[in-house]
Design a binder for this molecule. Structure first.
Ligand SMILES: [Zn+2]
Ligand SMILES: [Zn+2]
Length: 346
């Protein structure tokens, strides 16, 4: 089958012919129809320090996808051939302490498709039945293809708890953008967004942000306070991984507020723990992946309700062959979310 692979420890991806994955008794073979390009794919494509330490080529790339079940192992019960599905790309072992206490998203032996094992930028992907998510017919293919990052946004918003609260989002890449309608649908009383890219802030407004601020604005903290009775935002969703954004966000959140951290700093960073966190009585939450499968049920419910519309975020749907254009568009900051169409390939 045709697949987009990292074939050697250097920048770039290339098409290659690889065998269709073998199926164990509890595995499901999925014909991939649409697949999202993620920021982490760009890191792997560019072959940065993180990618060099984590990725062992040769590897089929991609972890955000939807498609149709093409075959099932003999013990599979939950899906059948022809079902439209997406999948949780974090594969837990099911046996460690975390898995056995309802925290499989933090599994000690987690394997991620397109990172630790072959991914979804291919004609077919095999997944354990447990990881397959049968799609509601009301959910469009493009949305279903990005349930993975949308799930990150949902997990972050739901963990922080935003009902009738003012929410500041630092970093509106695709997941930060997705968090805006999610926070709205979850009952946020106000949503503010900060980013370095004015085009992303325009999108943020379209998606329901009350107000947006360029990251270079030195008055953001004062402006947020002025809009929140002088207190600061109730909730900070940090989605940039940028140390300055985090520091600003910690200053802009109110005493006793909640901070959910999803953005990943590229190296160790320093924060003034005493003044920014301890004396303010903040609650800090690290967010990783999606809760299996609570987040998936929430994500489906939000999309089905019609209140989380990803159309403005999915700026490009490109043929699989044009993946390089996709990565160029991502790097330039021109695109929010790019979805590749794999339907025609063989
Ligand atoms: Zn991703
Ligand atoms: Zn585990």
């Amino acid at each position: 089958m045709r697949a987009l692979c990292k074939t050697a420890p250097k920048a770039g991806f290339e098409f290659c012919e690889v065998p269709v994955p073998n199926l164990g008794p509890t595995d499901v073979l999925i014909r991939v129809e649409k697949a999202g390009i993620c920021g982490s794919d760009l890191h792997i494509y560019s072959w940065d320090k993180w990618a060099q330490s984590r990725i062992k080529p040769p590897l089929v790339m991609g972890h955000e996808f939807m498609g149709r079940v093409a075959a099932v192992g003999e013990a599979v019960r939950m899906v059948s051939v022809g079902d439209r599905v997406s999948g949780e790309g974090h594969i837990a072992d099911g046996t460690c302490f975390l898995c056995r206490t309802g925290q499989a998203h933090l599994c000690e032996n987690l394997k991620i498709i397109g990172v630790d094992r072959d991914g979804a930028f291919a004609e077919y992907i095999a997944l354990p039945e447990y990881n397959v998510w049968k799609l509601d017919p009301a959910i469009p293919d493009e949305f279903a293809a990005v349930f993975d990052p949308l799930g990150n946004a949902v997990h972050t918003v739901m963990a922080a708890g935003v009902s009738v609260k003012s929410v500041l989002i630092t970093g509106v890449g695709s997941i930060g953008l997705m968090a805006i309608p999610v926070a709205r649908a979850a009952g946020a009383s106000a949503v503010y967004a900060v980013d370095v890219n004015p085009a992303k802030l325009e999108l943020a407004k379209k998606l329901g942000a009350d107000e947006t601020f360029l990251a270079t604005d030195p008055q953001i903290v004062e402006k947020i306070r002025a809009r929140t009775h002088g207190d600061g935002a109730d909730v900070l969703l940090e989605m940039s991984g940028n140390p300055q954004a985090l520091d600003m966000g910690l200053r802009a959140v109110r005493k006793g507020g909640c901070v959910a951290l999803l953005g990943i700093p590229s190296e160790s960073i320093t924060i003034d723990l005493a003044d920014r966190v301890i004396f303010k009585g903040l609650t800090l939450l690290g967010i990783n992946g999606r809760r299996m499968f609570e987040t998936w049920y929430q994500t489906e419910a939000l999309v089905r309700s019609g209140r989380v519309d990803l159309k403005p975020i999915i700026t490009h749907v490109l043929p699989f062959e044009e993946f390089e254009r996709g990565f160029d568009l991502m790097r330039s900051g021109e695109a929010a979310k790019i979805v590749l169409d794999l339907k025609g390939i063989s």
